[in-house]
Write a protein that binds this ligand. Structure first.
Ligand SMILES: [Zn+2]
Length: 382
């Protein structure tokens, strides 16, 4: 997927494919009609799995996996719950908005909780930050606009100022936003690391969206840095914007995204406000669990969602055997080795149907995606 926020080189470097001049934002693995995967012989994966519907809400795979590499901030966005997706999809159909129209928000009837596993250092904005931290930062910025924001949060809490920032209801004159951004550049080397981090994040965001007052939404959000191997779960209603890094993302099979800023795409602020949690929240990290027999060679990331689970399997110490109990996708993410005697280059994937077996040999590390009640049965190969 060549979205304009994608990095030109990162995913090509990752997969060892030659870069062209187009940003390569995402590579999709799944059956979503927005970018369906094909088998080596050209067969649509969807045609092979469709007769065996495995998700409650969609045909084909209930999940969608992606390699993702932003070079600039993604839009500030939330994803809907199932109920919101169904209502929104039907409403837009009744209004006669074509599925591919730029102002179409709901392109399927599914929710889209998502989990991001960092493959390189990864930075994201997720949820709103604690009020005291935001008051302190804005007082340190000390411009008329930032002092106004600090006093609004102090007097009203975060919810109303956050809604106002999303609606552009703060209506700041553009020179006030520019002054705010200039102060952030000056504060990027502040001795307090929390102030320096927020200031440099805002300097980064502003460099791509000069003059956009949605900078003030970014200014209110949590900044989360993930190390490789750490994972973030983003449930319905949590506002987020991925900033930089290379990651492996797993989500329910959906492309329903309600956007409210930092984008040239259609924005739906009222839709976002009806869905988003505007209170401060703590990012939901997903702790990996080691396999009882295979130890740290197999790590399972299972957030509170039925539609997907993720195992990271590393065969560099011992070869591993896996048996799928549901439709499973195996994506090579590091090293070199064999999957079922086939060399699988980084970024390449293999579909394993339910009851199918697969063997990992050599220094290959793979991401294995299936559903929560379709776990892989793992063992060490001898
Ligand atoms: Zn998202």
């Amino acid at each position: 997927m060549h979205y304009d926020w994608g990095d030109v080189h990162a995913l090509h470097d990752f997969c060892g494919t030659p870069a062209d001049d187009k940003p390569l934002a995402e590579i999709w693995y799944g059956t979503h009609r927005g970018g369906p995967s094909r088998l080596e012989d050209g067969t649509l994966l969807e045609d092979v799995v469709a007769p065996r519907r495995i998700g409650a809400h969609v045909d084909g795979f209930p999940y969608l996996a992606k390699l993702i590499a932003p070079a600039k901030p993604l839009s500030i966005q939330v994803h809907p719950s199932i109920e919101e997706a169904e209502a929104g999809f039907d409403r837009e159909n009744e209004l006669g908005i074509p599925l591919d129209a730029p102002n179409r928000v709901f392109v399927d009837r599914n929710h889209k909780p998502e989990m991001l596993l960092a493959l390189t250092p990864w930075r994201t904005l997720v949820g709103f930050a604690p009020e005291l931290e935001l008051i302190r930062f804005n007082e340190e910025v000390a411009t008329p606009l930032s002092l106004h924001i600090a006093s609004l949060i102090r007097e009203q809490g975060l919810e109303r100022p956050a809604a106002s920032a999303l609606r552009d209801g703060l209506k700041p004159p553009i020179e006030y936003v520019e002054e705010y951004a200039r102060r952030c550049t000056a504060l990027a080397s502040h001795s307090d690391p929390a102030i320096a981090k927020r200031a440099s994040m805002l300097e980064f965001v502003h460099s791509f969206f000069p003059g956009q007052s949605s900078l003030l939404v970014a200014a209110l959000m949590n900044i989360l840095d993930l190390e490789p191997g750490q994972a973030l779960f983003t449930p319905a209603g949590t506002i987020h914007s991925y900033l930089s890094g290379v990651g492996f993302e797993v989500m329910s099979s959906s492309a329903n995204t309600i956007r409210a800023g930092l984008t040239n795409k259609h924005i739906d602020v009222e839709g976002l406000l009806s869905t988003a949690n505007l209170h401060p929240s703590v990012p939901m990290l997903v702790e990996p669990v080691e396999h009882p027999e295979c130890g740290s060679q197999v790590l399972t990331y299972q957030p509170a969602v039925e539609d997907f689970r993720l195992d990271i399997a590393d065969a560099s110490d011992d070869a591993l055997l896996g048996t799928a109990t549901a439709d499973t996708v195996v994506v090579a993410i590091d090293g070199e080795g064999l999957v079922n005697d086939q060399a699988l280059a980084r970024g390449s994937a293999m579909w394993i149907p339910a009851n199918g077996k697969f063997e990992l040999r050599g220094a290959v590390k793979v991401a294995v995606v299936s559903i929560a009640d379709g776990p892989i049965v793992w063992s060490v190969a001898h």
